[in-house]
Design a protein around this ligand. Sequence first.
Ligand SMILES: C[S@@+](CC[C@H](N)C(=O)[O-])C[C@H]1O[C@@H](n2cnc3c(N)ncnc32)[C@H](O)[C@@H]1O
Length: 365
Amino acid sequence: MDNNDFFEGQEKLLEVWFKPPNSTITPGKHPHRDDAQGLRAIPRARVEGILDEAKCCILDAFHGDFMDSYVLSESSLFITAYRIILKTCGTTRLLPALPLIVQAAADVGLTEIDDMFFSRREFIAPHTQEFPHRDFREEVAYLDQYFDGVAYPLGRLNGDRWYLYTLNNQLHITCPDVTVEIMMTSLDRTAMNAFYKSTLTAREVTQQSGIADIVPGAHIHEFLFDPCGYSCNAVFGEFYFTIHVTPQEEFSYVSFETDVLKEDYTPMILKVLDIFKPGKFSINVFANEHAPFGNAQNAFNIQQVQGAGFQRHDQQLCCLAHASVLFGHFTSNTHTAIEDAEQHQRRQRVPGYKALVATPPPAAA
Ligand SMILES: C[S@@+](CC[C@H](N)C(=O)[O-])C[C@H]1O[C@@H](n2cnc3c(N)ncnc32)[C@H](O)[C@@H]1O
């Protein structure tokens, strides 16, 4: 891939929870700390077929005690006994892989879906996407074929926003479940230089950037793209985190996502912001009704984030039947409107991007 090419870093994220046979989840037991094979019994060739459909492939795999973790050509895949998380970026077609996932799960005896989430940030260049990802409404119509879900846009219609489609069911899960995602843009140039190919190995980049210290002891596997770009998955027991870096200045983007359980996410959030130094970031927190801190709004301390040099512009809380979802948008105190204008100018000079924006958006299906 040419360093000058436009790359859409913003990922599409699909998480599907299948009902264990006979609902064998013990009350209070973490649903992903399960020795059962469940979805992990799906043969590798079948997993590759699912990824083919999404237009990406496996670069690296790690098989933990409770989770199979795959670093992909475009982001990540995590498979636990009853949950699959597929995150893909670029112009991948994530949702057409959904029927294949459902069929593969049925073939290993998991025929009922307990819950599902599909989410993504607004793309930088939406019209470069293929069906059904050209528009959130198109994605919702696609998902409505399979689910009776609810769909929300969160954030600004004329600014940074994030979309969510989920079920709104009461679940039988009796333990906390939290996901935190930080989506960073306008990143510090010096911090991004670490994610260009140099004499360092991908492992050394993980260590020297500070990523290895986010969760000490986590098993991290990573990939450094040529000439730039970095992805890693970290597995620790039943939990994961995943980071993806698009360092090109014109459209720099870094995502961090984890399901680790904490009473206070502030230290982890501050560590991530310190490593990547974004000019702006969006954060979303999903917290089910058993989360130790109550609703998603209490997952981190806003004053401490502001004290670290970020100003909150937007915050919305979405209350579901069994969970709450927070969306927040922040800008660094050192980030200026002039920088935004300069980035816009630079983006126009990216050959791939210019050609793309000059192409009229395709008509809706
Ligand atoms: C790390 S990958 C995964 C993207 C991730 N979703 C993100 O945060 O942007 C994207 C980065 O790797 C670079 N890259 C280089 N070769 C690539 C390839 N063959 N496929 C995908 N990305 C590649 C892209 O230009 C971009 O900087």
